[in-house]
Design a protein around this ligand. Structure first.
Ligand code: PMP
Length: 323
């Protein structure tokens, strides 16, 4: 779908997958004026195909578009585009038997106008591509080990942290590389102002479960507001847990695990749904995986996955039927 100030959104079409022809001066290639989303389509036992809270992805794209000076794509148009493409390619939505295979959906929007000055583009393109996604955990779920990035931050106040834009991921690559080099799976980012408050992982939001039943998750503002994060707040609340969204310092993390006040830490996102967090390492030290939890992460995960794959009643109205 194309956008210009005069015509608005127009020229919607579905084409066979293939390379794009782009002018070397297309603004996105120089100034990274682009945003994207990540979501999945799931096949239910009766063969029908559903997406999970697609309006939330559409709304997040609207707010990302405001931050990146891109035009707003109406929520219903976003959902209609995704639905139309998944319907055409529905044979690629795997059967979920014996696993968590789904169809990954990647909507994205970029500045396609050709010019070299720095300003918001007046020609913008919105596209959706699809890719089969295997189960995130092959051979059983194992806790992710984390590397605390003390040199790099992901987003500062007034920056783009809350937007899903490529620039945030570009800035996280060296930190993620450092994490892998240190033998860890994922990087933990702290806030850019004080370098003290826990933000999120490279691609997941964090939760800290306390022995007294409180659950803390870092507040929004500079983090990506995960749709899984929001769903977990709702499910945990229903299960009788009190979820606090607030600033959470790295000292609180280290002390909480050592003292036994924190009994579980988990991370969540579309790809992994929910994964337990294990050891946290930093330059010169480490904190072990918390002990003493009763597997809240596992219960929440099972609830969410059962809703997504149509094995449990969708009492929240989260599922959206496509086919
Ligand atoms: N934070 C970041 C930086 C991410 O890339 C993602 C994945 N989109 C998330 C959090 C989790 O968001 P969601 O639950 O919507 O997948």
């Amino acid at each position: 779908v194309e956008w210009t100030p005069d015509a608005g959104w127009h020229a919607a079409r579905i084409e066979p997958y293939g390379p794009l022809s782009m002018d070397p001066a297309a603004a996105v290639l120089h100034y990274a004026q682009e945003i994207f989303e990540g979501m999945k389509a799931y096949r239910h036992p009766d063969g029908s195909v559903w997406s999970f809270r697609p309006e939330e992805n559409a709304r997040r794209m609207v707010s990302s578009s405001h931050r990146l000076a891109l035009p707003e794509l109406p929520v219903e148009d976003f959902v209609a585009c995704v639905d139309a493409l998944v319907e055409v390619d529905q044979r690629w939505v795997p059967s979920a038997e014996g696993g968590e295979k789904a169809l990954y959906i990647r909507p994205f929007m970029f500045a396609s106008e050709t010019f070299l000055g720095v300003r918001p583009a007046q020609h913008v393109t919105f596209m959706v591509i699809l890719s089969p996604a295997g189960a995130y955990f092959k051979g059983g779920i194992k806790p992710v080990t984390l590397w605390l990035s003390e040199e790099y931050t992901r987003a500062g106040r007034g920056g783009m942290g809350a937007a899903k834009t490529g620039g945030n991921y570009a800035s996280s690559l060296v930190a993620q590389q450092e994490a892998i080099g240190q033998g860890c799976d994922q990087v933990v980012f702290l806030d850019a102002q004080e370098g003290r408050y826990v933000e999120e992982l490279g691609g997941m939001n964090l939760y800290f479960v306390h022995a007294d039943g409180r659950i803390v998750t870092p507040e929004t503002g500079t983090i990506l507001e995960g749709i899984t994060r929001d769903s977990v707040i709702e499910l945990a609340g229903k299960a009788g847990y009190q979820v606090e969204e607030r600033r959470f310092s790295i000292e609180e993390w280290k002390h909480g695990v050592t003292s036994g006040e924190i009994t579980e830490i988990f991370a969540c996102g579309t790809a992994a749904v929910i994964t337990p967090v294990g050891e946290l390492k930093w330059d010169g030290g480490s904190t072990p995986a918390p002990a003493g939890g009763d597997g809240l992460w596992e219960r929440l995960r099972a609830q969410l996955v059962d809703i997504q794959f149509g094995r449990a009643d969708d009492t929240h109205g989260w599922m959206h039927r496509i086919v």
